[in-house]
Ligand binder design. Structure first.
Ligand code: ADP
Length: 495
């Protein structure tokens, strides 16, 4: 896994290098061939242009001061032979031919000794050359090499009504051999030098561009590796406007989400551990008390008075109540938290429910000499909610109100009609909650004063979950030593 990540960039660089190398090679080879082709053409074109008038010159010079080439219709071989020898002695690379008007070779020195020479030359290039006054690059037939084309100079003659051409091949066999040798040697040097130079420059440009192209990729890879190796703060810096902006933002967002989730999981884990510790503590205390009293009853059953026995049994009974209460709350809370409960909403009378609850809690309140009252509008208030969940929430709130109110205090449950809602308020004149603790009382197991802990710490957490299920919120107004009031709204049922 880790090697895969680490070789990602070198692999890409290798591929880029290969592509680049191939390109340079292709460029070098193309360069050599193109240069070779044009160098050869340039060479021939230059020779042709320079010697364009040679044939004309021959005719003008030799016709004026000597007997004509043709005498009585046949070639003056003596004269023409001398002329050709003269010329070819000066320039070995030319071959002179005398053609008639249809391109047939009438005479040539080479013709005499060489039987492979073709007897006709195509007239089209000759005419083109004459029409352009020798100012174009054109190749014509080579009588000695019928398969190849050669540059030439040509001029027309007209003697005693006989017409024809003096046709001079400018790059004869000798020239070609020398030219080929020279060209291939220069060509090798040129090709080699040019390719080498191209490769050096290409390598420099290639290195720079590969470095530049893979710069962003390296940043991404390094950041991902850092993140994977545990640096949770690793992010792709300043991606705005760069070509990796979209990717960088996606990665940064993903990293943020992962970190957030990890933190959430950590806090859930901490809370779960706290919960287990608290639950085991809460279960252990009443269990230890139970065990102690039961053992005393067993050991001293004969020496204990009836009154003492009753007292001990009452204590065990209270602790069993406490235990079952705690277990019920835990069960309820875990079901709510696991989202196993979905509210079954229906219209019901919150007024009736409130009367029932007041009646139920009256006894406990009276025991503590607390005045428990219901303050509600005369008309029946209907709400649209889950009746058993709302009952559970109200029970928890009333229980707390009575629990945290000293004797002779007061606890009031009041209902008021708002435009679309019914406001429910449970207030007491009890101990109150310090302001700095108020935001946390709805968290699981948060108890303001752990030392004087009287409950499971789950009561308000359950209330909060029930409010969430009804998409409403509960607020607390409390002043230490003056009392508290818990307020929430439920949607009124417009029947
Ligand atoms: P507990 O089982 O400890 O009562 P709760 O979740 O019901 O747990 O309440 C959390 C804490 O909020 C309590 O420990 C208590 O400190 C505080 N509290 C709740 N209701 C009241 C109230 N009416 N008056 C004063 N303090 C309260």
């Amino acid at each position: 896994m880790s090697t895969e990540y680490k070789t990602l960039t070198p692999k890409l660089i290798k591929k880029l290098w290969l592509a680049f190398g191939f390109l340079v090679l292709l460029m070098g080879v193309s360069y050599i061939f193109i240069t070779g082709y044009y160098a050869n053409k340039y060479n021939k074109a230059t020779i042709q242009q320079v010697n364009a008038n040679v044939a004309n010159h021959v005719i003008q010079e030799k016709f004026s001061n000597a007997s004509p080439f043709l005498e009585d219709g046949s070639v003056n071989k003596q004269l023409f032979g001398d002329l050709m020898h003269d010329m070819m002695a000066v320039n070995h690379s030319i071959e002179v031919y005398l053609l008639n008007d249809i391109g047939e070779v009438l005479y040539s020195v080479v013709l005499d000794n060489d039987s492979s020479v073709t007897k006709t030359v195509a007239l089209a290039p000759i005419k083109k050359f004459i029409a352009a006054d020798g100012k174009i690059f054109i190749e014509g037939d080579d009588p000695r090499n019928p398969d190849s084309k050669k540059i030439f100079s040509v001029a027309p003659y007209s003697v005693e009504e006989k017409k024809g051409f003096v046709y001079i091949i400018l790059t004869g066999e000798d020239f070609l051999n020398i030219s080929e040798n020279l060209l291939s040697s220069y060509f090798k040097q040129l090709g080699f030098g040019a390719t080498l130079l191209t490769m050096v420059f290409s390598a420099i440009i290639g290195l720079l561009s590969i470095w530049f192209l893979t710069k962003n990729l390296r940043i991404i890879t390094n950041t991902v590796i850092r993140f994977r190796e545990g640096d949770l703060n690793a992010r792709i810096e300043n991606p705005e406007g760069s070509d990796i902006e979209v990717f960088a933002h996606s990665f940064n967002d993903m990293a943020d989400t992962i970190v957030d989730n990890m933190e959430k999981m950590k806090s859930v884990d901490t809370l779960r551990r706290e919960l287990i510790a608290n639950v085991s503590h809460d279960l252990r205390t009443p269990l230890a008390i139970l065990k102690g009293y039961i053992e005393t009853l067993q050991i001293k059953k004969d020496s204990l008075s009836e009154k003492e026995k009753d007292n001990y049994l009452q204590i065990t009974h209270d602790n069993v109540d406490k235990l079952s209460n705690l277990i019920n709350q835990l069960f309820e809370y875990s079901k709510l938290e696991a989202e196993q409960i979905s509210p079954i909403k229906e219209p019901f009378s919150i007024t009736e429910l409130s009367y029932d609850l007041i009646a139920k809690f009256k006894v406990i309140a009276q025991k503590k000499e607390i005045i428990l009252t219901l303050d509600c509008p005369e008309e029946n208030c209907l709400v649209f909610a889950d009746v058993s969940l709302v009952e559970r929430a109200l029970q928890n709130l009333l229980e707390n109100a009575i629990k945290y109110t000293d004797p002779y205090g007061a606890v009031t449950l009041s209902l008021s009609k708002l435009s679309k809602n019914i406001e429910i308020n449970i207030s007491d004149t009890g101990t109150g909650i310090p302001v700095n603790e108020q935001p946390f009382i709805f968290d699981r197991y948060k108890q303001v004063d752990k030392a004087s802990k009287q409950g499971s710490g789950l009561g308000l957490a359950i209330v909060k979950k029930i409010m969430d299920l009804h998409e409403t919120t509960i607020t607390v107004l409390s002043k230490p030593k003056e009392g508290s009031s818990f307020v929430f709204n439920l949607p009124a049922y417009q029947g």
